[in-house]
Ligand binder design. Sequence first.
Ligand code: NAG
Ligand code: NAG
Ligand code: NAG
Ligand code: NAG
Length: 346
Amino acid sequence: MLLKNILVCQLASLVVATPLGFDSSTLPSLVAKIGHASWDIEGFAKDNPIGVTTGGAGGKKVTVTSAEDLVAAATGHEPAIIYIKGDITLPERLFIGSNKSLIGVGKTAHIHQNGLTVRHVDNVIIRNVKISRIEDNDGITLQNSTRVWVDHNEFESDISTGPDFYDGALDIIRASDWITVSWNYFHNHYKNNLIGNDDTFRDIDSGHLHVTFHHNRYENCGTRGPAGRFGHQHVYNNYYEDFHYQALHSRSDNQMLVEGNVFRGDTREALSTYGLVIPEDSPNTCVCGDEELDGFANLGARNDWGPAGVNITQVGNFTDAGYKYKLTPLLLVKPVAKLAAGVGKI
Ligand SMILES: *[C@@H]1O[C@H](CO)[C@@H](O)[C@H](O)[C@H]1NC(C)=O
Ligand SMILES: *[C@@H]1O[C@H](CO)[C@@H](O)[C@H](O)[C@H]1NC(C)=O
Ligand SMILES: *[C@@H]1O[C@H](CO)[C@@H](O)[C@H](O)[C@H]1NC(C)=O
Ligand SMILES: *[C@@H]1O[C@H](CO)[C@@H](O)[C@H](O)[C@H]1NC(C)=O
């Protein structure tokens, strides 16, 4: 308790130290110093056999304020850094080309009506953008794509309409690989992150779907934070509050390395490798749930499960992510996530 108080006080005093309220420019150093966390790219999008994800680095820089300009800038494979300002209502899904960085300006970048698809491409960065209430489809879909960093975004809808009114917040499918999902704020959303979307794609997906999830903040969610099939996910230092039904689900031979996460509030199950797709998720064949093969989980640094359940039916062999990363002390995972995840922080 003493250590916790000291650390939280240090964090709090640094935050209030700025005279005119909170200055987000101090966040990166704060988070690095006290939170022992990486602000820069870390995980599979950084360390992988193809090379670090750079997005549009070195390309032209353009600021867009309309859907039309955003679509024009994000299409094609020439490197480009695209700064997004204000509300953008997309008339249809935006297919982002290779070698692109999409970066929201300030706290205002907000995508409405249709979401983003990263399909058949390589090397994309999406940061500091809010995406909300995309009906009947995902906020962001990564499909058959490599090297994507999804960082400091906000995803929101409404869970009262059940699992299928909105689809995934951010789903990663069809052999996508070398992805990092960091510092995002997922809230009021039912089905959050599905990795490998169908049991019939076993052959295509197996050996791919390497995804790092770190320092994301989940609040008032239903399922899939994430749920993985056929791949490898390293899930560390995420904070879950009121993740009602099931947060982490490793199924269909998927391997998950789970460490340093914190679960609070009304969260029934923090982690399961039992193959059953629970009735509260979105089973396709039976109201009692879909039967799938079990997955695997390995536990690294200690997690704080709170009152949530854990059901590990198979311990796997994914004991080492194979790269260097920083682990936030468990006691600081909640305050650091609340302080630094989401938009308006970079
Ligand atoms: C992305 O950019 C790199 C470097 O400019 C280039 O070699 C590569 O072909 C581009 N990717 C695509 C899919 O065009
Ligand atoms: C996946 O994307 C690559 C381009 O990166 C393309 O050549 C290939 O055909 C795509 N595969 C599928 C199954 O669509
Ligand atoms: C945990 O997994 C076992 C299968 O090994 C299953 O019988 C049991 O119902 C599961 N528990 C929960 C709470 O889902
Ligand atoms: C890890 O376990 C899986 C499932 O049992 C197996 O298919 C795979 O070959 C193992 N990998 C290594 C490196 O042992």
